[in-house]
Every structure is written in C-alpha cells, then in structure tokens.
Design a protein around this ligand. Structure first.
Ligand code: NAP
Length: 313
C-alpha cells in the first residue's frame, strides 16, 4: 500500500468535527496532520494554524487539504492550496459561484492535481440502487421535498443567510446532487419562486419546477421553516412503477419491480467520499460535477422573489 496522504482540515466547524474528523481518523489512506481555523477551534493533539498561508509558511509537509469553510471563502483558500501543489477536496457546495469552481478545475488540471467537488449525499446507502432502478425507465414525473428546521440543523450559521450562502439551497443542493445522479436525463429549471425573509440575503424556502429533456415535470419543495417531522424525500413516477428515495437516500421503496439488491457492507457517506478522494489523489485527477450547482444558479437566475417575515433565530 502507498504512504498515507497527509491532509489538513480547513474550517473546523460542524461538518469538519461531525463527519470529516471521524472519517479521516478511521481511514488508513489518510494521515490528518493539521487543522486551520480562524478562531482557534482545533483538535488539541494537532498542529493548528489560523490561516492556510500560515500552514504553508510552517514548512509542515502536506499533500492535500479538505476545505470545510462556508462556500463564500472557499475559492481563495482552494486556489492558494493548489498553488502549493496540494490536492483539494471541496465541501459542498463547491463554491459560491460556478465560474470560480470551473476556474479551480482548470488550475487543478493544469497542475496535475486532484480536485474533488464532494457531493456526500450521493454516497447515501440507497442512491446507487435508485440510479440502477431508474436506468432505462420512462420518467413520468418527480417530486423532491426537502423540508428541515434551520434552527436545528444550522444553528448560528449566519453565513447561510448572506449572499453566496445559498439559504435553503444549502441542503437543497444535496437533493439536486442525488437527482442529477439518479435521473437518466438532464433536467432544466422551468420556473422558480424564492422566498426571502426581509432581513436575509438568501431564501428561506423555494418552489422550483424542473422539466427533463423528455418533458417530465419534476417539482421541488424546499423549506427551512419545517418543525416536527423533517422531510428529505424524492419520489419518481415512471411508466413501470414508482420509486421513493427517503431520508436523504437512506431508504428506498418501489412499486412494480423491486429495487436491486444492496451491498450491505457500505461505508458511511464521508468514508466513501474519502475513499473517492484517495483514488483521485493517487491518479492526480479531478471529479468536479457542477450540475447541482448549475441548477441552483439557474433557480436564482429565473427566480421570482417573494418577501416573507424576517427570520429571527
Ligand atoms: P460551520 O459550522 O459554520 O463551520 C464553518 C467553519 O468555517 C467555521 O469553523 C468557521 O469559523 C470557518 N470559517 C468561516 N470563514 C472562514 C474563513 N474565511 N477562513 C477560515 N475559516 C473560516 O458550517 P458547517 O455546517 O460546518 O458547514 C460548512 C460547509 O459544509 C458548508 O458549505 C455546508 O454546506 C457543508 N456541509 C454542512 C453539513 C452540516 O450538516 N452542517 C453537512 C454537509 C456539508 P468561525 O467559527 O470563526 O466562523
């Protein structure tokens, strides 16, 4: 086996601590060597730096970084990392704009470095089964319902309400990362209504209507104001039955033919993500699928804006 990839985590917030740290520390392909965080949140046993520039100046040997900051600041950190010759994993969404993500891909390709725009939801347990079941079937319509309580899942994340923070599309883009992966045809935004609280620069809810290339309508309902039962569900009607992918891709049910069998020793989403990143690093290649981000950008481009009550956390 090759030497472990020496990786630094940048942006030690919720996702870095909840998912990246446990996935990395149980993965023999990686050696977590440092963390970077502007306010001193760090893991006690690791070298800690306030900025990525300080990390570079320290002389510590690093092969790769995983950038877990909010999207608005991700490009500059990633560009700097690539200029150091480091491979880069970008948390989702891969950037605040499409242009900056495409520019990063060009930099990585020019320098022969790995770049992964990570879509963790694609590694949920039943997503590949759904993709397999839908392959070759005629899609009649679809419905995506992603309704969650922002106060529970994004406490004190002020960046989410700022320009480039995506608002309800921060979780909504996970649904689109699954939809673009499992649906056999590309889909396009046909109509979009965005609900902005008076005091926020990002939507708290959205109703988006997509149409796929063959004309099937896919309706998406996103809402951050959901209390009680949370919904992360995708239902696809086909000529040969209905597929329901629920709980963010953790569960599947179908009418008509049963879903294909599942490999029961699947790794967790972030372990699978790091497995993919290790593969890319070993081959110095890029996996930068911008389709989910492109659909979000189009929903904003075409969006009719409705003002709703201020959001008070
Ligand atoms: P978070 O808890 O707010 O953490 C973000 C971290 O980045 C904080 O430590 C923050 O430091 C740091 N940061 C902010 N600006 C920075 C800068 N300019 N330079 C360096 N560090 C900076 O947010 P999160 O929930 O972890 O989300 C981060 C990203 O992960 C988002 O893109 C989100 O979509 C994605 N994600 C989140 C989840 C989830 O369940 N939370 C799941 C999957 C993916 P301060 O504390 O000083 O602000």
């Amino acid at each position: 086996m090759s030497d472990p990839i020496r990786l630094a985590l940048v942006g030690m917030g919720k996702i870095a601590n909840d998912q990246h740290y446990p996935a990395l520390t149980s993965d023999a392909d990686f050696d977590l060597v440092a963390c970077v965080d502007r306010d001193g949140s760090c893991l006690a046993h690791l070298p800690y730096f306030v900025t990525i520039q300080e990390l570079a100046e320290s002389g510590l040997t690093v092969d790769a970084v995983a950038i877990c900051t909010p999207p608005q600041v991700r490009h500059d950190i990633a560009q700097f990392a690539l200029e150091q010759g480091w491979h880069v994993l970008l948390e989702k969404p891969p950037g605040a704009t499409l242009a900056e993500v495409v520019a990063l891909r060009e930099t990585a390709q020019d320098r022969g470095l790995a770049l992964l725009a990570s879509w963790h939801s694609r590694f949920a347990p039943c997503v590949d089964q759904a993709r397999e079941w839908l392959a070759g079937r005629e899609i009649k319509s679809g419905r995506i319902v992603w309704r969650e309580d922002v106060r529970v899942w994004h406490p004190r994340q002020h960046w989410i309400w700022e320009p480039g923070g995506f608002g309800v599309f921060d979780p909504g883009i996970n649904a689109l990362s699954i939809a673009t992966h499992i649906l056999p045809d590309p889909m396009f935004v046909e109509q979009s209504e965005l609900f902005f609280p008076g005091n926020c620069s990002a939507p708290i809810a959205a109703q988006v209507r997509f149409r796929d290339r063959k004309g099937a309508l896919i309706a998406m309902d996103l809402d951050f104001r959901q209390e009680g039962k949370q919904s992360w569900d995708i239902v696809i009607e086909t000529a040969g039955g209905t597929l329901t992918l629920s709980n963010g891709g953790a569960d599947i049910s179908t009418t008509g033919a049963p879903p294909p069998p599942r490999d029961d020793v699947l790794p967790g989403e972030y372990s699978a993500l790091y497995r993919r990143f290790a593969e890319l690093v070993r081959n110095s290649s890029c996996d930068v699928d911008v389709r989910p981000l492109r659909l979000v950008a189009d929903a904003f481009l075409c969006g009719r804006i409705t003002r709703v009550d201020d959001f008070i956390e």
